[in-house]
Design a protein around this ligand. Structure first.
Ligand code: 2PG
Ligand code: MN
Ligand code: MN
Length: 540
């Protein structure tokens, strides 16, 4: 299909730019004590929510390509839908299907991984996030792989469990560990030697993203591969000990651990082994994949680089082709809105801080990390602090705002997109006061951007990729339970058009969602939507 855009007949875009503001994790929850978006003082958003060009979008479940409407939204599926203008079946769903129909076990990659452990002497290792959050992984996928490996005669397997507490309740690790241990016990009774060998909280072990902090990956490498870390007799003992030593600690921050017997780690990764990273989502899987895949690697000292076959649940980066071996084909996201914009010669920028930088570039562009056209695009990353963000809820929102204003003032760009991380990253800490401050910061920054674009006679589009700060705790039988995860709530969508003369209005779509935004942006830039894009949110 061609990438040529047709101009809209009766609409001329404004003389100023179109700026898309993605307020990560700022959804529309019920007005309640646990809703930081509601509790925050947000004069700017309050005005926006009353504007005529306002609507609400689905940002979770089937509307963004997830298996069911019980699945909360997340940044990957949200930004994929925003940037591609269509909904693709996402990793969670594709892996379910590949396991259900058995096709995953027919792949050459799976067969080779198994062969090394049946015909060869290898151990089969599984690394990944141990929960049913369904954002990065699902424990049921791991269990299916383990059972199948056993069925195919793999005698020895080791599991390296990253503990969640971010997509699931904040201290729920033992539920998943016990569930997994139950399966391992069953397999043991059948003569299989399958054990948990190492692990750690996901925010401090292995799952860094966008090169924010390689120490996190090193900690994982040390525990999973080298067997270096604090030793315990079981994963359960590790978690219980860490809980007892610091009653405030939550799963995502639990230090790394190694399971050992007689002072010796039970499952280091050695020459001849097979390794599967069972996370399906890419951002937090890329760095550890690099450590396994790249012969030349200088991000930290690996000490030992075992000869293993490494495979991802999916290929995590379509530009880097990383990793080269994977079990399930990722969604093939083609003809993203940026490709159309580049083909039309539209100059654009994308900006965020490290924690969300890849969201507006890599996820937005269909999980490709490179530029589409470097001559037309500018990508700006403001370095994020390396701290827990409840300690600094403003994060880099002010710096992003300042830099965006500078980019706008050059007059060079017809389109810009940015992500404010605050509502999400602070929302994930579960700290209410901090989340309120986060939302208030975003509100102020949106206000500054509106003032600027107004002077330029442009258009600002404000939305979010999914909820988070809109539900900081739930109440059950009068008891508050902290909620660090994303929500199932809708997100706001507002067009602030400083040249508006009633040329268009919001179209009423029965199930408007994030995938309707790309066509809308193209309309606002003066173009018709590509035929197979989901409908625009406005009609003329
Ligand atoms: O931090 C992350 O990895 C996810 C939650 O698991 O959040 P987001 O989808 O907003 O990036
Ligand atoms: Mn997000
Ligand atoms: Mn998040």
């Amino acid at each position: 299909m061609s990438l040529t855009l047709k101009p809209l007949e009766n609409f001329h875009s404004r003389s100023g730019p179109v700026l898309l503001v993605i307020m990560d994790g700022i959804g529309l929850g019920k007005p309640s004590e646990g809703n930081a978006v509601y509790k925050a003082k947000t004069p700017v958003l309050d005005e926006l929510f009353k504007m005529p060009l306002y609507t609400e979008l689905q940002a979770h479940g089937t509307a963004v390509g997830l298996p069911s409407d019980d699945d909360m939204g997340n940044s990957e599926v949200g930004h994929n839908a925003l940037g591609a203008g269509r909904v693709f079946s996402q990793g969670a769903k594709r892996v379910n299907e590949a396991i259900a129909d058995g096709s995953i076990f027919q792949t050459e990659v799976w067969k080779s991984l198994v062969r090394r452990c049946t015909e060869g002497k290898g151990t089969f290792h599984f690394i990944g996030l141990l929960s049913d959050g369904n954002v990065h992984s699902h424990i049921d996928h791991l269990i299916a792989l383990l059972r199948h490996a056993a069925k195919e005669g793999v005698k020895r397997a080791r599991i390296h469990t990253l503990l969640d507490g971010r997509d699931v309740p904040e201290k729920s690790a033992l539920i998943y560990i016990d569930k997994l241990e139950g399966v391992l016990k069953e397999l043991k009774a059948q003569g299989f030697d399958y054990r948990i060998a190492s692990g750690g909280g996901r925010m401090v072990t292995t799952m860094d993203r966008y090169f924010a902090d390689w120490n996190i990956v090193k900690r994982g490498w040390d525990a999973h591969v080298l067997g270096k870390g604090r030793m315990f007799s079981s994963a359960r003992e590790a978690v219980e000990t860490y809980y007892a030593e610091d009653p405030k600690i939550t799963d995502q921050y639990l230090p790394s651990f190694v399971v050992a017997e007689n002072g010796k780690p039970v499952g280091t990764i050695e020459d001849g082994d097979s390794v599967v990273l069972f996370n399906f989502r890419g951002d937090r899987a890329i760095e550890i994949s690099m450590a396994f895949e790249y012969k030349d690697f200088d991000k930290f000292d690996r000490e030992r680089y075992p000869e293993v076959m490494f495979a991802g649940m999916m290929q995590y980066d379509g530009d880097l082709k990383l990793p080269s071996n994977f079990l399930v084909q990722p969604p093939v996201i083609t003809r993203t809105v940026s490709e159309y914009m580049c083909a039309a010669g539209i100059k654009s920028f994308a900006i965020s801080e490290t924690q969300k930088f890849g969201h507006v570039t890599y996820f937005w562009n269909g999980n490709r990390s490179g530029y589409i056209d470097e001559k037309l695009e500018t990508y700006i990353e403001i370095p994020s602090d390396k701290i827990q963000f409840d300690k600094a809820p403003a994060m880099k929102a002010n710096e992003i705002t300042e830099k965006t204003i500078e980019l706008l003032r050059t007059g060079e760009y017809k389109f810009g997109r940015l992500n404010f991380a605050n509502g999400d990253m602070v929302g994930h800490t579960g700290v209410m006061e901090a989340a309120i401050e986060a939302v208030e910061t975003v509100d102020r920054c949106v206000g500054q951007l509106l003032d600027e674009v107004k002077k330029m006679n442009g258009i600002v589009v404000v939305t979010a990729d999914h909820g988070n700060a809109d539900e900081m705790f739930t109440e059950k039988n009068g008891k508050r339970e902290v909620k660090t995860a994303h929500t199932l709530n809708k997100v706001p969508f507002i067009i602030v058009d400083y040249g508006y003369q009633n040329e268009y209005h919001i179209r009423s779509l029965p199930k408007a969602g994030l995938s309707n935004v790309a066509a809308t942006l193209l309309n606002l830039l003066g173009y018709k939507k590509p035929e197979d894009y989901d409908p625009s949110l406005i009609e003329f």
